[in-house]
Ligand binder design. Structure first.
Ligand SMILES: Cc1ncc(COP(=O)(O)O)c(C=O)c1O
Length: 454
């Protein structure tokens, strides 16, 4: 079935040049980088799908708002606009800006996590997980099992599996429950409204606070309004926030901003404690470590992200790329999530065992052939932990409004071509690695079978 490219509901007013590189130049860049795509300079990348965070193209209205930013340290007009916008969308009265999402996580957890506490979620994102652990807590994932089946047709693969959550609540000391919408660590898959309602009811019954990790709240609301509840996305988003006691947010995703975040909640006592800590490490509560003009741009971005024409295009572009790959027989996680396409590298390269990093092999080959930068999420990223990861994936995360459908075709054409010659690819081995978070700095080399030419 041919997939229709979604209409881009904007036209381009300002552009950033992409330098066309040759295969030889990219081979040299890979050699210098030790086959680690984090070490490739951005000018050597043609389509950068490493992350969807912070790379959004801002609108003319956002650039205009930046120019109108009120840089007052205290009581800035830009903060007032930001606060009113977040209150309007979420219904949370206390709104506290931070420089990015993990700062909200760090400050919140330093206030409410005690050593030995257990914090359940559908899947904790890696910074969330690390900040819980830094506060002495234990993060536990309770996502439903279908999240681990690439072809499973469930449209809410980000859902919390309630029996598992209840077991954790029955047996552990749990100061609060979290839910990530959409579930980034689980393929950007949405959480259904009915699942959020069930989790919220369970928490309220036990008087345990429930917080959303709301980085992609609008994309999640779009899926709910498509699959489950046809109300306008803005109403769905509000219905999601109404079920929670507060939210952490990285505005580098659905804030359509290049920086920023916030914590928002209903509890005045908690907000006060948060602000005291914020003043110590981030800044005064009317700017939270940001330039006030950034707050002004975020206030506009948070409204624009709820535009349904935008969301149709946004989620449509991800589905378009996933659909082209799927139709050509490339193993991708189905259905497509909200911000990224995930390729199942174990199925793509069945001859390369997980200890030889099939995800990294594919990501490196894709960069060499096309200049497209993707991200391995598998044995390189998580294989030095306690348990080996259950999947080896390559994530193609699409920055918001930054690339056209032609770029998506370019990406798809190269991946399909690589799929035809997958059998020629060889595994990698690590030659240098750091003690923690090794994927950022590790150096790798190709494993050349004895007797074969390098
Ligand atoms: C689900 C989720 N939570 C938290 C964060 C952290 O946000 P930031 O990168 O702004 O610190 C991210 C970033 O990618 C994320 O995807």
């Amino acid at each position: 079935m041919a997939h229709a490219a979604p209409f881009e509901p904007f036209r381009i007013k300002s552009i950033e040049h992409i330098r066309m590189t040759t295969r030889e130049e990219r081979a040299e860049a890979l050699e210098k980088a030790g086959n680690n795509l984090f070490a490739i300079p951005s000018e050597m990348v043609l389509v950068d799908l490493l992350t969807d965070s912070g790379g959004a193209a801002m609108s003319d209205a956002q650039w205009g708002a930046l120019m109108m930013g009120d840089e007052a340290y205290a009581g800035s007009k830009s903060f007032a606009k930001f606060e009113a916008t977040v209150r309007g969308i979420t219904g949370f009265h206390h709104v506290i800006p931070v420089h990015q999402g993990r700062a909200a996580e760090h400050i919140l957890f330093s206030q409410i996590v005690k050593p030995g506490d257990v914090i359940p979620s559908n899947s904790h994102f890696d910074t969330t997980r690390a900040n819980i652990m830094a506060a002495g807590g234990k993060p536990v994932d309770c996502v439903c099992e279908c999240a681990f089946e690439a072809e499973h047709p469930c449209v809410s693969k980000g859902n919390v599996y309630l029996p598992k959550l209840r077991r954790v609540l029955d047996t552990e000391r749990v100061p609060f429950v979290m839910c990530t919408v959409t579930n980034n660590a689980g393929g950007g898959q949405p959480v259904s409204l009915s699942d959020l309602q069930a989790v919220s009811a369970e928490c309220r019954k036990r008087k345990i606070p429930f917080y959303l990790d709301a980085c992609r709240f609008a994309e999640n609301a779009w899926f709910i309004s498509r699959n489950e509840d046809p109300r306008p996305v803005r109403e769905i988003a509000r219905a999601m926030f109404d079920l929670a006691d507060g939210a952490t947010m990285s505005c580098k995703k659905d804030g359509l901003s290049n920086t920023g975040g916030f914590f928002a909640c209903r509890d005045e006592g908690l907000a006060e404690k948060f602000k005291q800590r914020l003043i110590l490490v981030e800044g005064f509560p009317t700017y939270g470590g940001l330039a006030r003009r950034d707050l002004a741009a975020i206030a506009v971005g948070l409204e624009e992200v709820l535009d349904e024409d935008y969301l149709r295009y946004r989620v449509g572009q991800v589905a378009y790329l996933a659909g082209r790959l799927h139709d050509a027989g490339v193993p991708v996680i189905q259905p497509a999530g909200g911000h990224a396409v995930f390729i199942d590298a174990r199925a793509f390269l069945p001859h390369i065992p997980p200890p030889q990093f099939p995800g990294q092999v594919l990501a490196v080959a894709l960069y060499l052939e096309s200049g497209v930068r993707s991200c391995e999420i598998g044995t390189l990223m998580f294989g030095d932990g306690v348990a080996p990861p259950r999947m080896d994936l390559v994530r193609l995360a699409i920055p918001r409004r930054a690339y056209t459908n032609t770029h998506m075709d370019y990406v798809a054409d190269h991946i399909i071509a690589l799929h035809h010659r997958a059998a020629q690819m060889r595994g990698l081995r690590i030659v240098q690695q750091a003690a923690a978070l090794r994927h950022f700095t590790a150096r790798l080399e190709e494993i050349v079978p004895t007797g074969a030419k390098a």
